[in-house]
Design a protein around this ligand. Structure first.
Ligand code: SAM
Length: 242
């Protein structure tokens, strides 16, 4: 097994899981990197901390300067620079797409048909079709595929739930989202297609990992530079759907 087929080791213990998405109550606009600090006093402590972290963070600053809607954009840029997943004319599905950084990257890199879904509203992204809803709802996969206009070349999932603080429950929720995204990718990707999903170090994604290894030629773990160093976040990249 090569180095990037093994899960990267956390740089700090991953005992405390942080919310990867901002706390609830945000809108697509409110969650954007232009979020105004003056509204922070009305928000919860965790929300204020999230805003402070965003403002201090070099990737968030770069995202603002370069016009990306989220610092998450850089994670997909790094993954795509390494594996060349987005090709001119690609059909791309983005699960958990708000506020839209990955949608922007996919379109900028030449994808022709891009569909994103999120529980939260996503501000219009020129060129992308958007659904506000729960990806795990029955019939959502059909809606996404109808909008896409053909089998996807690439399925992306950056979905992250709101943690409840109960370790076991949070863990089960993370795994459930990964499994359902992987299942969608396996059932719908065209042969040769690719799947990228957020995962967490220390999370037992063993079952889904085995399935991905059966269904794809190659499966890699990636911890992008732009992913916070102390976070347990890591990405699984599955290449060449059989
Ligand atoms: N990749 C995005 C970007 O580049 O801007 C950031 C995604 S953010 C880290 C994770 C998103 O997953 C949140 O906006 C959250 O609402 C969404 N999410 C979590 N569970 C979901 C579900 N069941 N269906 C749809 N979206 C979901």
């Amino acid at each position: 097994m090569s180095d990037d087929e093994k899960p990267p080791q956390p740089e700090q213990p991953a005992a405390r899981r942080r919310m990867v998405r901002p706390p609830s109550g945000g809108t697509a606009a409110g969650r954007g990197l232009g979020t105004q600090i003056k509204t922070a006093d009305k928000k919860s402590m965790s929300s204020q901390q999230w805003i402070k972290r965003q403002l201090a963070d070099k990737w968030s600053e770069r995202a603002r300067a370069e016009g990306w809607r989220s610092r998450a954009a850089f994670k997909l840029i790094e993954i795509d620079d390494r594996y060349r997943l987005i090709k001119p004319g690609s059909r791309v599905v983005d699960l958990g797409a708000a506020p839209g950084g990955w949608l922007q990257v996919a379109l900028k890199r030449g994808a022709k048909s891009v569909v994103g879904i999120d529980l939260l509203p996503i501000e219009h992204v020129p060129g992308a079709e958007l659904i506000q809803g729960d990806f795990t709802d029955p019939g959502m996969d059909r809606q996404l595929l109808d909008l896409l206009g053909g089998p996807p070349d690439l399925v992306l999932s950056d979905m992250a739930h709101n943690t409840v603080g109960h370790r076991k429950t949070d863990h089960l929720k993370i795994i459930a989202l990964i499994e359902i995204a992987a299942d969608f990718a396996i059932r719908n990707l065209r042969p040769g297609g690719a799947f990228v999903t957020k995962n967490f170090q220390g999370g037992d994604a063993g079952g889904v990992l085995a399935r991905l290894r059966d269904e794809f030629e190659t499966v890699k773990y990636v911890k992008p530079e732009s992913s916070r160093k102390g976070s347990a976040e890591v990405f699984l990249v599955a290449l060449n759907k059989k």
